[in-house]
Design a protein around this ligand. Structure first.
Ligand SMILES: Cc1ncc(C[n+]2csc(CCOP(=O)(O)OP(=O)(O)O)c2C)c(N)n1
Ligand SMILES: [Mg+2]
Length: 428
C-alpha cells in the first residue's frame, strides 16, 4: 500500500522487463522482422543524419536468404578478400576454442569467447585503415587477429606469464597494443566511449587524417559514458564511429534492461542528431559495408555514425558464466540471422570460390596452427606455475624514479617472500 495514495487514482506501477524465453522454453524468434535486402537503399555518404532516420529502424543486409550478395550496400569485395575474411573469422574461432579449453584445464583464470559475433570485429577492422584507432570492449579480440597481432603474445597475456607484454597487470584478455591501434581494454564498461571521442577530437584538432572506432555491448549503452560520448561527438562533429554489438544479452540480463523493448540501439543516434544504422551483424558483407560508409563519412568531416549490429551471443558471457541457468537452450541454433561464418562460407561456395573440402582443410590447418602457438606460449608459463614477471616489477613503470616509500615497500615484499619461500623461490 502506497503512502500517498489517492482513492480516485489508479496506483502507479513499474514495468520490469522479462526475457521472452527461459530455460525449459522453446525459443521462437518469429516476431523478429528481417526486411528484404535493400529495403532501404544505401544513401550517399554525405547525407544529412535527419534524412536517414529509417535506417536506424531497418536492417542493412547484403547476403540474401540464398547467401547471394545483392543490393546497393554490396561492397563488391574480391573473392581473395572474402577468403581472407573467412580465414580471420576461423582463426578467431579456433583461438577462442583453445583458450576456453585452457581455462577449463586451469591454465588461466578467465576467458571470453566471441562465438557468433566474429563479423563485428573482423569485417569492421578490414573496412578501416591500418592506422585508424580502435577502442574495443573485451569481445573484440578479432581486431588484433585481423591486424596480424601475434597469437603467442595474446596467449602470453592470457597466461600472465613471463612473456606477457603487460607484465600480468591486466585481467586475462584485457590486451593493450598501441602499435596495432588497439586501445587498452578496460573492465569498467563503456569507459572507452568518451576516450574514443577524445582521441578523435585530438586527431581532428591536429588536422590529422586518422579516425577512431569504438565498440561496446547492448548492455553497456545504459552507462552514462555512452551518452556523454555521443553528446561530445555530435557537438564537435568528431571523426568517430560508435558501434553497439547488440548480442541480446548482458551476462544474464537481456537487452530489454538497456531499453531494447522501447526502440533500437541505432535509433539513439537520432536524439543526438548523428547518423544511425542498424545492421545484420551476422552478415559480414553488410557489416563491412556499414563500417566503410561510416568511415568514409568520418574521413570527409561528415561526422560520427552510430552502428548497431544485430547479432546473438552464441555462448556464455565468459568462462565464469553458464547461460543454461537463464536462457532457453538452442537459442543460437534458432537465431533467424544464422551464423556469420556459415553464411560467408555458403556465399563463397555458391559463387564457386570455395569448397567444403577447402573449408574443412582450412579449419584443420588453423586448429593445428593455434595449437602450435599455444605450445610456444606455454613455454613462457601458465597460471600458478611460477613463470611470471618478477614480483618487484609490480612497483615499476609508474614513476620515472621510484619514490622512497615504494622502494621500501618493495624491499619489504621481497623480504617476506624470502621468509616464506626461502632461497628456492629466489633462485627461480
Ligand atoms: C561499469 C560496470 N558495470 C558493471 C560491470 C559488470 N559487467 C561486466 S560485463 C557486463 C555485461 C555487459 O553486457 P554488454 O554490454 O551487452 O556486452 P557483452 O558482454 O554482451 O558483449 C557487466 C554488467 C562492469 N564490468 N562495469
Ligand atoms: Mg551484450
Amino acid at each position: 500500500m502506497g503512502q500517498h495514495q489517492r482513492e480516485n487514482l489508479a496506483p502507479l506501477h513499474l514495468h520490469i522487463p522479462e526475457p521472452k524465453f527461459r530455460p525449459g522454453d522453446k525459443a521462437d524468434f518469429s516476431d523478429i522482422i528481417v526486411p528484404e535486402v535493400d529495403a532501404i537503399a544505401r544513401p550517399d555518404e554525405h547525407v544529412a543524419p535527419a534524412d536517414i532516420h529509417a535506417l536506424a529502424y531497418g536492417l542493412v543486409r547484403v547476403l540474401d536468404d540464398e547467401n547471394a550478395a545483392t543490393g546497393s550496400w554490396n561492397p563488391g569485395l574480391s573473392a581473395d578478400t572474402l577468403r581472407l575474411m573467412l580465414r580471420k573469422m576461423l582463426t578467431l574461432r579456433a583461438f577462442d576454442d583453445r583458450m576456453f579449453r585452457a581455462q577449463r584445464q586451469g591454465k588461466t583464470s578467465f576467458y571470453m569467447k566471441s562465438f557468433g559475433e566474429e563479423a563485428t570485429s573482423v569485417a569492421t577492422t578490414m573496412a578501416l585503415h591500418r592506422d585508424d584507432m580502435c577502442f574495443p570492449s573485451y569481445r573484440q579480440q578479432g581486431i588484433l587477429i585481423t591486424r596480424d597481432y601475434p597469437l603467442v603474445d595474446m596467449m602470453n597475456q592470457i597466461y600472465s606469464n613471463r612473456g606477457d607484454r603487460l607484465k600480468g597487470r591486466q585481467l586475462p584478455i584485457m590486451y593493450s597494443a598501441k602499435d596495432y591501434g588497439f586501445f587498452s581494454i578496460s573492465g569498467n564498461l563503456t569507459t572507452q566511449y568518451p576516450q574514443a571521442v577524445g582521441w578523435a577530437m585530438a586527431s581532428a584538432s591536429r588536422a590529422d587524417t586518422r579516425i577512431a572506432a569504438v565498440w561496446c555491448g547492448d548492455g553497456s549503452t545504459a552507462e552514462g559514458d555512452f551518452h556523454s560520448a555521443l553528446t561530445f561527438a555530435a557537438v564537435y562533429n568528431a571523426p568517430v564511429i560508435f558501434q553497439v554489438v547488440n548480442n541480446q544479452w548482458a551476462i544474464s540480463s537481456f537487452s530489454g534492461f538497456a531499453g531494447s523493448e522501447r526502440t533500437t540501439f541505432a535509433a539513439k543516434a537520432i536524439g543526438y542528431g548523428i547518423a544511425g544504422l542498424r545492421v545484420d551483424g551476422n552478415d559480414v558483407l553488410a557489416v563491412y559495408a556499414a563500417m566503410q560508409w561510416a568511415a568514409n563519412r568520418a574521413r570527409t568531416n561528415n561526422g560520427p555514425t552510430l552502428i548497431e549490429y544485430f547479432t546473438y551471443r552464441g555462448e556464455g558471457h565468459s568462462t565464469s558464466d553458464d547461460p543454461n541457468a537463464y536462457r532457453a537452450a538452442e537459442e543460437y541454433a534458432l537465431w533467424p540471422l544464422g551464423d556469420p561464418v556459415e553464411r560467408l562460407k555458403a556465399h563463397l561456395i555458391a559463387t564457386g570460390e570455395w569448397t567444403h573440402e577447402q573449408h574443412e582443410a582450412l579449419v584443420a590447418t588453423l586448429s593445428d596452427e593455434v595449437k602450435a602457438k599455444q605450445k610456444e606460449a606455454e613455454q613462457n608459463g601458465i597460471l600458478g606455475h611460477g613463470l611470471h614477471h618478477p614480483f618487484e616489477t609490480m612497483f615499476e613503470d609508474v614513476f620515472e624514479e621510484m619514490p622512497a616509500h615504494l622502494k621500501e615497500q618493495c624491499a619489504q615484499m621481497l623480504e617476506e617472500q624470502h621468509d616464506k619461500f626461502g632461497p628456492e623461490w629466489e633462485a627461480r
